[in-house]
Design a binder for this molecule. Structure first.
Ligand SMILES: NC(=O)c1ccc[n+]([C@@H]2O[C@H](COP(=O)([O-])OP(=O)(O)OC[C@H]3O[C@@H](n4cnc5c(N)ncnc54)[C@H](OP(=O)(O)O)[C@@H]3O)[C@@H](O)[C@H]2O)c1
Length: 337
């Protein structure tokens, strides 16, 4: 039996269990050139909320009646593909289900992971996975902080933000993180070495941000959008850079997503560079990023944290933890050990 969660309807706001249909399907069989994979770990990413909406994205939306799309890691348990022998670990879009088949034409395909992983599988989906690599290229290639510059990271306690902020510290910048609770802020400053962390739910967070940036802001690593982005924009310096990574504050919104763009006039006057980017743009350089991130982790310069939820049946509720609720670092769900 293959437990699956299928998309039943497009959610309005935060997802509910009724947005998904639970199904117990027969165990799938691999066809010629395919392998059967038992899913081990599922990645939870804000882009999943985009995939189940009608917002434009870099992939088509998940269709109604389709298994919910999710990156993850699994183990091959039967194989007609000599490149994916039984016992090997694979990464790809495995979906919210117990088992998947490595069907040809699945976007991005399924990659065989090294037999002897340098770090546990969960790290390969966090600091050394797509989110760590997103932080690496966004911060180094677009933010490009110089020693002594001021960097602000929003959604800083999350998978991308926590790595992005640490990379800016490694580059010698002064780093301010924005996060949604005092505990998350304490983790950023006490464990990860951020210079300042501000709880954006505090009444005076804008005042705190201005006080934390007496020389203005040189780099905005933007994960949030909305009021956070607009406030950060108002503090940007001459020749500042904005690495526009995500706009999570709008992913659940059902109303008008347009906001005041009045701050953009300052982009002209201050010659600010704003660049939206997708980690996939750097696909040819993933190896370089993984090697550097791995070296920093091994040297203790880059810390990582995974919040792991147990049980496939938790999948629908887990998605909302990206938007509210407690979690630190990368959010994962363990289907089985
Ligand atoms: N461009 C790319 O290629 C790429 C790749 C991966 C991810 N991303 C983007 O990067 C951002 C972070 O993704 P992630 O994978 O690292 O997820 P994540 O940060 O692990 O989880 C989401 C985080 O966003 C914060 N958040 C939720 N609602 C918010 C709001 N309204 N305002 C401010 N913060 C809010 C949450 O914590 P608190 O609210 O409690 O602080 C949580 O830490 C997202 O915008 C995502 O779309 C972009």
């Amino acid at each position: 039996m293959n437990r699956q969660y299928l998309l039943r309807r497009r959610p309005q706001g935060l997802v509910t269990r009724d947005d998904f249909e639970y199904r117990e399907a027969p165990m799938p069989e691999p066809g010629p050139g395919e392998a059967l994979v038992e899913n081990l770990l599922l990645s939870f990413d804000p882009s999943q909320r985009i995939w189940i909406s009608e917002l434009p994205g870099y992939m088509p939306p998940v269709g109604l009646g389709e298994v919910m799309r999710s990156d993850g890691i699994g183990r091959v348990i039967a194989s007609n593909d000599p490149k994916l022998p039984v016992g090997s670990l694979v990464q790809g879009l495995v979906g919210w289900q117990d088992y998947c088949v490595t069907k040809k034409g699945t976007p991005f395909g399924f990659f065989r992971m090294p037999d002897h992983l340098p770090f546990p599988p969960e790290v390969m989906l966090s600091a050394l996975g797509m989110t760590g690599i997103t932080a690496y290229f966004g911060m180094r290639e677009i933010g490009a902080p110089k020693p002594g510059e001021t960097v602000v990271v929003s959604a800083a306690s999350g998978a991308v933000g926590s790595v992005a902020g640490q990379i800016a510290k490694i580059e010698g910048a002064r780093v301010i993180g924005l996060a949604g609770s005092d505990d998350k802020c304490a983790w950023l400053t006490n464990e990860l070495g951020f210079d300042v962390a501000i709880n954006y739910r505090a009444d005076d967070w804008k005042k705190q941000l201005r006080a934390a940036c007496p020389k203005g802001i040189d780099v905005d690593f933007e994960n949030a959008g909305g009021p956070i982005m607009h406030t950060v924009f108002s503090l940007l310096n001459l020749h500042a850079r904005v690495a526009l990574c995500g706009l999570i504050s709008s992913y659940n919104s059902t109303g008008d997503r347009s906001g005041s763009m009045a701050e953009l006039s300052a982009f002209i006057v201050k010659r600010i560079r704003l660049e939206g980017f997708l980690v996939l743009d750097y696909a040819k350089r993933f190896g370089e990023a993984a090697q550097q991130l791995g070296a920093w982790v091994a040297a203790g310069k880059l810390k990582h944290k995974e919040t792991i939820v147990d049980g496939l049946e938790q999948a629908p509720d887990t998605l909302n933890r990206l938007f509210e609720g407690e979690k630190l670092g990368k959010l994962l769900l363990r289907v089985r050990s």
